[in-house]
Ligand binder design. Structure first.
Ligand SMILES: NC(=O)c1ccc[n+]([C@@H]2O[C@H](COP(=O)([O-])OP(=O)(O)OC[C@H]3O[C@@H](n4cnc5c(N)ncnc54)[C@H](OP(=O)(O)O)[C@@H]3O)[C@@H](O)[C@H]2O)c1
Length: 253
């Protein structure tokens, strides 16, 4: 399916961080936008700011409240948004959380919440998007996974497991949907300066969310299978992931 000259993109978790920055970048490139998150008042503000920043290129911006933890409600909420936009070309599965969790320390509920949001919430989003694309004749799923999907990190067991799980789900989806004109792009960010964790500025090679968003949207437009962001230095360091000695990671704890 050929995309329209002003394609439409839906972004989950668009109220802050990477999702918000993606919304600005897509708007600058003339896309129509569907933005979702739980905090509607913040989404309203994001919409106002995008309109003020890009008065000439902004096409249309629809908002939809979406809590991806309410699994049964994800499909109906997204289908309502797809209908309001008159059809959607790209869905960016971005909503996610991270919290330090330590094994054997009574953190099971925190761990279950991370799996619920980052895995079940993301799968529910992919499911609704693909249902829409299959009736429409095609589309593109973009999953925001993480470099943490490739390497176990102390204090991040549930988060790493959640990102490894959604990465594998996206890989399966890519193969399964190949003949259905639905492409799947998996993005593996390194460290991006957002509210997802305290002291993000102290992490190695951290970049601002708007810089990451520029790279991510370019990768989406190229319909890459896997994109690493920021590309420097992580693309070159990626082969080391999974092979870094345990004592190096243990020291970072
Ligand atoms: N920042 C990094 O270094 C980094 C690295 C690798 C991967 N990532 C991934 O990038 C994605 C975005 O993270 P970020 O860094 O931009 O974090 P962020 O600034 O905390 O943004 C997270 C977004 O997800 C939404 N969200 C959280 N729980 C939700 C729920 N239950 N239902 C619906 N929306 C929910 C939040 O909106 P509301 O609170 O308004 O609902 C917010 O818009 C995540 O999947 C994260 O794992 C980030």
């Amino acid at each position: 399916m050929n995309q329209s000259p002003n394609p439409t993109v839906v972004i989950t978790g668009a109220s802050s961080g990477i999702g918000r920055a993606l919304a600005f970048e897509f708007a600058a490139r003339g896309y129509k936008l569907g933005l979702t998150a739980r905090r509607m008042e913040v989404l309203e503000k994001v919409r106002e700011e995008i309109r003020a920043a890009h008065p000439s290129s902004v096409q249309r911006i629809e908002l939809q409240r979406l809590d991806v933890d309410a699994t049964e409600a994800v499909g109906p909420a997204l289908h309502a948004l797809f209908a309001a936009l008159g059809g959607v070309d790209i869905v960016v599965v971005n909503a996610g959380i991270n919290n330090p969790t330590f094994i054997g320390k009574g953190h099971l509920a925190k761990e279950a919440k991370i799996i619920q949001t980052n895995v079940i919430g993301a799968i529910a989003t992919v499911d609704a998007a693909v249902e829409h694309f299959l009736t429409r004749g095609g589309g593109q799923i973009v999953g925001i996974s993480s470099l943490a999907s490739l390497q176990g990190i102390p204090g991040q067991g549930a988060y790493c497991a959640s990102k490894a799980a959604i990465s594998m789900y996206l890989d399966s989806a890519r193969v399964e949907l190949r003949s259905k004109n639905v492409s799947v792009t998996k993005i593996l960010p390194g460290f991006i300066l957002t509210d997802i964790a305290p002291n993000m500025h102290k992490y190695p090679f951290v970049v601002a969310a708007d810089k990451a968003a520029r790279e991510i949207v370019t990768l989406i437009e190229r319909r890459v299978r896997v994109g690493i962001v920021p590309s420097f230095p992580w693309r070159w360091l990626r082969p080391l992931f999974g092979h870094i000695p345990d004592w190096v990671w243990a020291k970072m704890m």
